[in-house]
Design a protein around this ligand. Structure first.
Ligand code: PR8
Length: 467
């Protein structure tokens, strides 16, 4: 696609994902198709989280004094907080913040809930809207001021080791999640100047958008004992002494949908992985004057069979040209199209068209249609994943010098891997010279020399132009 930004705006509108005409900057309306896409995506994540986490729901408003308690945290968010100052005509004596995230809403309650070492670990999550007064250019789903689908998990542990293990567990859950969506990613440890406010360290997932810029699509933070000390979250250990807990939190947003749309989409529109597609299969009858009724009946029969099997199916029997239907469902990204016309019926055949590679095959209706559909969708899913990962990996280049990195970014964008001594001044100097951000450290082992100072490198790190 030549202009990603324009493509993205157009497809959100054409495929009826969201309406961005709502009269507040950075806030949008989910339309029925988008809402379904959001619902199926959310269900996948919920299934993964439900295995080990309990779902909860906290209030939207946070009292000013709680928000202000954790100094580093509040400093990180102070420019982004929306405030409620009045109840009707009465000025509130304590301002209330619209949560930018929920640490300061949840942790005062955690200090009431955690008592003994036998209560731990505790793992919670909630799916809510959060508000951030973003000053950078807003974009639907990518940088919004109301994050409508904030999936935040918060865990409490009795040891540093427990929190450390939870970080790995969270990374593994998110990997599974992105793999189902066929979204490629790199995982890095963010540089100290870019970690979550109040965290010991931050691990992040980044994917690449079609314009070669990376998008941070998920983060996992090890909070250590910082918030525990601020909010007095303690437990009684087996010796009867009181200790501060260790915590982690991790979250995903509407960006997950933005990346599923952008990574797989093409000039014809959306191309959605079957697990999240609002419709997985569309059946289009090809009707001429003769034989119309038989074709319709056969289509309906197949529709019923597929629906009974649990597929999300659309039987498109509208009285419009088949070509118009094809265009529409391709644009909406339906993974599999089944066409049946009178000639197909005579031969007891159907035509399958896969949206990922637009390949058509004749499928015999003497065979079990359910397994033919399952086979096609499973081939499509694995192909979508392979194609996306291959494209992604081809856009990761190694740079030996700062000049190399700058040339590569200017000509091809993408992700640059480089050797870094780990020193903050060096890191900032690299960012300034290449004029992009350091995503973070990918590996702790590195044999080469730092591309800025020439000293022995400590890490393999990544650079990219970011959203
Ligand atoms: C936390 N606390 O808050 P995080 N628009 C769309 N997506 C966004 C935006 C935005 N304006 N800002 C951030 N994100 C922790 C973890 C509870 C959960 C997305 O972490 O501030 C980014 O993908 O890093 C980010 O990785 C994720 O929300 C979590 O936000």
């Amino acid at each position: 696609m030549t202009d990603f930004s324009e493509w993205f705006h157009n497809i959100l509108e054409e495929a009826e994902i969201i309406d961005s005409r709502y009269p507040i900057k950075g806030m949008h309306v989910w339309l029925p198709q988008g809402f379904k896409l959001r619902k199926h995506t959310l269900n996948i994540l919920k299934n993964l989280l439900d295995k080990e986490h309990e779902e909860v729901l906290f209030p939207l408003l946070v009292p000013e004094d709680e928000l202000a308690k954790e100094a580093i945290h509040v400093k990180g968010f102070e420019e982004e907080v929306y405030w409620v100052t009045h109840g009707g005509l009465t000025e509130l004596n304590k301002k209330l913040a619209l949560r930018p995230t929920s640490e300061t809403a949840m942790y005062p309650m955690f200090s009431l809930w955690v008592r003994s070492h036998t209560d731990l670990p505790m793992k919670f999550y909630q799916v809510v809207n959060t508000f951030r007064y973003e000053t950078k250019h807003t974009r639907p789903l990518i940088r919004v001021r109301e994050i409508t689908t904030f999936k935040e998990a918060h865990t409490i542990h009795k040891s540093s080791d427990g929190a450390e293990k939870q970080v790995l567990e969270a990374l593994s859950i998110y990997k599974k999640f992105f793999d189902i969506l066929a979204i490629p990613y790199v995982i890095t440890k963010r540089p100290v100047w870019d970690k979550f406010p109040g965290a010991d360290y931050t691990m992040a997932f980044d994917t690449l958008m079609p314009d070669g810029k990376t998008l941070q699509i998920g983060t996992v933070h090890n909070l250590g004992q910082t918030f525990a000390k601020t909010f007095e979250i303690t437990f009684e250990n087996s010796e009867g002494d009181h200790e501060y807990v260790y915590q982690t939190c991790y979250g995903l947003s509407d960006r997950v949908i933005a990346s599923a749309i952008s990574v797989h989409g093409d000039e014809s529109g959306l191309c959605l992985p079957p697990d999240i597609a609002p419709y997985q299969i569309v059946i289009v009858p090809i009707i001429f004057k003769k034989g119309g009724e038989e074709v319709i009946n056969k289509c309906r029969e197949i529709e019923n069979e597929l629906v009974d099997e649990g597929f999300r199916v659309k039987f498109d029997d509208r009285d419009i040209r088949a070509g118009k239907k094809f265009y529409e469902w391709e644009m909406r990204g339906v993974p599999l199209r089944i066409e049946i016309g009178p000639r197909d019926l005579e031969n007891n055949n159907a035509v399958f068209l896969r949206r990922d590679n637009m390949e058509k095959t004749n499928v015999s209706l003497n065979d079990d249609i359910i397994s033919s559909v399952k086979d096609s969708l499973s081939l499509l899913s694995s192909n979508m994943k392979d194609v996306a990962w291959e494209r992604f990996n081809n856009q990761i280049k190694k740079a030996e010098t700062v000049e190399d990195a700058r040339d590569e970014v200017e000509s091809n964008q993408g992700i640059i891997s480089f050797s870094w001594c780990g020193d903050e001044d060096c890191g900032k100097a690299i960012e300034e010279q290449v004029r992009v951000d350091i995503l973070g450290i990918q590996e702790d082992e590195e044999s080469g020399n730092c591309i800025n100072c020439g000293k022995k490198a400590k890490h393999k790190a990544l650079l990219a132009k970011t959203y």
